[in-house]
Design a protein around this ligand. Structure first.
Ligand code: DAH
Length: 350
């Protein structure tokens, strides 16, 4: 019997050495320590052991059980740490904590530049006005003195919602924020503004927003972009006020080196009209350079009349420029598409 128990121990330990996963271990346990395993089977023969050997054999059973239990427990720890549990992630509680800050999102560069612009103009006394992106041709064209045969109204150059050839007052996605000038003036007049020049307060608004044009997309064109429009109406407003306003803006936004240049131009809603450039220094180590920004001029009397404002009493200036163009110039962004692709590798640099 003692020989048999020695054999069982030897073969058990030898078998156990080749066990590598929890399933094999369970099979091993059943075959040696299970209810009908080798140890139990051997135990069935204990009753036939001669009386004088019973104490020694009994003790041997004890040491055999203990040895196999101990070997089983050790193997169990080993296979469990080697084979990850399929029910969940293995968590190593001794691993040092990962000190990782959460990636906090931030607002898009166009939103930030828009708000910076609004802030600067607000400090100069401009309110913010809003207008719809779905407009009609009355606000996008007619009241802005853009006549029916003007090339800017070409269906191929605008996103019309209604067919402009068959629909009166066709709706469209606005192609410029100048529409908001008309909305602001109409609303003021509807509220009784303009009849008492001695007490009516000047109108002074900026209005940032999206505009839409079916341009072919390339590095400098997009079918949607942002403009900011300015409108100032008061008595005795001159071109000098316009230039002073643009210059104050340029210095407030770009720093004391900034300069403004007006170049004669034409827009149907201003007379005279100009395009304006700003001479800016983007970084202390860079030379100043001129950046073409947008259009401006003195509000055309025809526009005042279309909105029910007396052009003999009231004068005003207006301006409008592209926010993408300004942001691209300020941050050295070479391609307008980068602003709309939402590639985090780009956005996180700004
Ligand atoms: N709306 C013009 C454009 O989109 C820009 C512009 C020019 C706005 C002259 C104005 C202005 O207010 O006076 O090209």
């Amino acid at each position: 019997m003692l020989d048999l128990l020695n054999q069982i121990e030897q073969s058990a330990l030898a078998d156990l050495a080749s066990v590598g996963d929890p399933d094999a271990l369970e099979k091993w346990r059943i075959s040696y320590l299970g209810g009908s395993g080798k140890v139990k089977t051997a135990w069935a023969g204990f009753k036939d052991v001669p009386k004088d050997q019973k104490a020694a054999v009994g003790a041997r059973f004890k040491t055999l059980n203990a040895a196999l239990d101990q070997a089983l427990a050790a193997k169990k720890t080993q296979v469990e740490s080697a084979a990850p549990k399929t029910t969940g992630p293995v968590i190593d509680m001794t691993e040092p904590a990962l000190i990782r800050s959460w990636a906090v999102g931030r607002r898009h560069i166009i939103s930030r530049v828009r708000d910076e612009l609004v802030d600067v103009f607000a400090r100069m006394g401009f309110d913010v006005a809003d207008g719809p992106e779905i407009e009609d041709d009355e606000h996008n064209f007619i009241k802005l003195n853009i006549p029916a045969d003007h090339p800017a109204r070409d269906p191929a150059d605008n996103f019309y919602i209604d067919d402009p050839r068959t629909t009166p007052k066709p709706r469209m996605l606005r192609s410029q924020t100048s529409t908001v000038q008309i909305r602001v003036m109409e609303k003021a007049v509807a509220g009784g503004w303009g009849k008492n020049p001695a007490s009516d307060q000047p109108i002074k608004v900026v209005s940032p927003g999206r505009v839409y044009r079916p341009d072919t997309v390339d590095a400098t064109h997009s079918f949607m972009f942002h403009q900011i429009e300015g409108l100032y109406i008061d008595r005795g407003v001159t071109m000098a006020d316009l230039k002073t306003t643009l210059l104050s803006f340029a210095r407030a936004y770009f720093g004391p080196d900034a300069e403004v240049r007006l170049r004669p131009s034409f827009f149907p809603f201003t007379e005279p009209s100009a395009e304006f450039d700003m001479k800016i220094r983007l970084r202390p180590d860079q030379p100043v350079r001129w950046m073409e920004l947008g259009g401006c001029g003195m509000v055309d009397p025809a526009v005042f009349e279309a909105c029910g404002i007396d052009p003999e009493t009231w004068t005003g200036f207006a301006f409008g420029f592209g926010i993408e163009r300004l942001a691209m110039g300020k941050y050295g962004i070479p391609d307008i598409r980068m602003l709309f692709e939402n590639d985090l590798r780009f956005l996180q640099q700004l």
